[in-house]
Design a protein around this ligand. Sequence first.
Ligand SMILES: Nc1ncnc2c1ncn2[C@@H]1O[C@H](COP(=O)(O)OP(=O)(O)O)[C@@H](O)[C@H]1O
Ligand SMILES: O=P(O)(O)OC[C@H]1O[C@](O)(COP(=O)(O)O)[C@@H](O)[C@@H]1O
Length: 307
Amino acid sequence: MIYTITANPSIDYVLQVDALNNGEVNRTTSDVKLPGGKGINVSIILKELELDSTALGFVGGATGLMFEKLLQKKNLNTSFTTVEDDTRINVKINATKQDEETEINGTGPAISADEKSAFLDQLKQVGNDDVVIMSGSLPKQIADTFYLDIAKMIQAQGADFVIDTTGQALLDTLPLHPLVVKPNNHELADLFNTTFKSEQDIVDNARKLLDKGAKHVLVSMAGDGALLVTKDHVYKANAPKGTVINSVGAGDSMIAGFVGTFMKTKDAIESFHEGAACGSATAFSQDIAVRSKINEVYNDITVSQLS
Ligand SMILES: Nc1ncnc2c1ncn2[C@@H]1O[C@H](COP(=O)(O)OP(=O)(O)O)[C@@H](O)[C@H]1O
Ligand SMILES: O=P(O)(O)OC[C@H]1O[C@](O)(COP(=O)(O)O)[C@@H](O)[C@@H]1O
């Protein structure tokens, strides 16, 4: 079984405008509310890949009810911990004529000590050969060590884990050997307080994550494709041409494609190819991609070995 943990789910309020003018009244050409949060998006793609997962996380308040209603359409298995405070609303503004996406993500609800321990109790069901995918930011009042504590706990129960977060919280879990980590190129640069001048710079810094313990490192580079760095080789997947509609969730889709395929095949290159297809297919969709779009995009992606 795969479990996804979204500590801080969201309603993603996705607004399309022709152009975004700061300090003025802007009007949308279309808008949609989607159930969001990184682990939620991972579960949605896994479902498209015909893999069951259970989505865990903190959901609460009036916005939490709306979030669960939006999520019902996706038919996921969920086992959320109910909290008193409101689930956040994240605003995503796609300015189509400016070709720009702006995101404003909320901090999320306050979580009490009792709510946190109810959540940790849920993890007792995780067992041998399960994979736990932990993604996204943490709500306020949850310590930065939350993911590290969970990784230790579920590893002791025989499960593997994947982590998609940023900064020190990511670095701290590497010695526990996550199956895969997937920073985007900006997050990778921030991790090592650097800027990249070449693809080789990116590869060199991705290798540092392998050296610290990650089993596979994916670096996503939006419209420039992605890299897979393993102990012996480096691979690149191109980003196929297409009309970008809403790239929110592209990174989550890539993780889902990689992990879902890896669980079936144990083939990192094939998993990378499928992950890249899921990422681009989502960028070319309004919502998280559906299977037919993933298949279509898969054929336009080539994985080449760089070294
Ligand atoms: N504009 C795009 N065109 C084609 N593929 C894309 C585009 N944006 C994202 N993708 C695909 O999705 C993957 C993940 O997207 P990215 O934006 O890098 O992740 P994140 O959402 O984590 O920042 C990319 O590596 C690429 O394969
Ligand atoms: O937890 P964070 O880092 O605030 O991110 C939450 C946001 O990330 C998303 O899951 C999208 O993530 P990606 O674009 O990185 O794949 C949105 O659905 C959500 O609003």
